[in-house]
Design a protein around this ligand. Structure first.
Ligand SMILES: [Zn+2]
Length: 177
């Protein structure tokens, strides 16, 4: 089972900046590397769109996954909302009624369960990495960098590890090795 992990942003694009100064691209990469380690230990084959702080275009991220022949694509992000009360995890997929939608539900439920985050839900979205990938693809928004509590938790190594474990648990259930 080949899982392609896409840590959002990086390089010239830091993504969102938390209310506590946390940088989205760094959180995404750390959680992605933690997720990859968990999956490899469980016997999965893992590849990444980036493993350091470099700039990778959205189309290249999808192309790398397609050329590698990934079975599933998981993009890792943190969200930001103008309403600081908005909190929790949410996961996006490209089309309703697809394997990707069911994969998104499994991963988001497992993430919420492992972390204790509010389960905002799963939603359709026309994101380039979801549209351009040829395998079931999801984009996970771990939590809200605009929410003080979420941003604080996202800055802690132990919480990032639980995020990675939660996503891994969803993959274990939905796509057994
Ligand atoms: Zn992002």
């Amino acid at each position: 089972m080949k899982i392609f992990i896409d840590p959002g942003h990086g390089g010239t694009n830091p993504g969102a900046i938390g209310v506590n100064g946390a940088v989205e691209s760094e959180i995404n990469l750390d959680v992605a590397l933690r997720l990859g380690r968990i999956l490899r230990q469980a016997g999965y084959t893992v590849d990444y769109s980036r493993t350091d702080d470099t700039t990778v275009s959205l189309s290249r991220r999808a192309m790398l996954a397609n050329e590698w022949g990934a079975d599933y694509f998981v993009s890792i992000h943190c969200n930001f909302n103008t309403n600081p009360v908005y909190t929790g995890c949410e996961t996006f997929f490209y089309r309703e009624g697809t394997v990707a939608q069911r994969f998104a539900i499994a991963v988001n439920n497992a993430l919420a369960e492992e972390t204790g985050l509010t389960n905002i839900g799963t939603f359709q979205a026309n994101f380039a990495v979801l549209r351009l990938t040829s395998m079931p693809a999801i984009l996970v928004e771990l939590a809200l960098l605009s929410n003080p509590s979420d941003a604080q938790q996202l800055s802690e190594a132990s919480f990032r590890q639980r995020c990675a474990q939660g996503i891994a648990n969803g993959i274990f259930d939905f796509a057994p090795v």
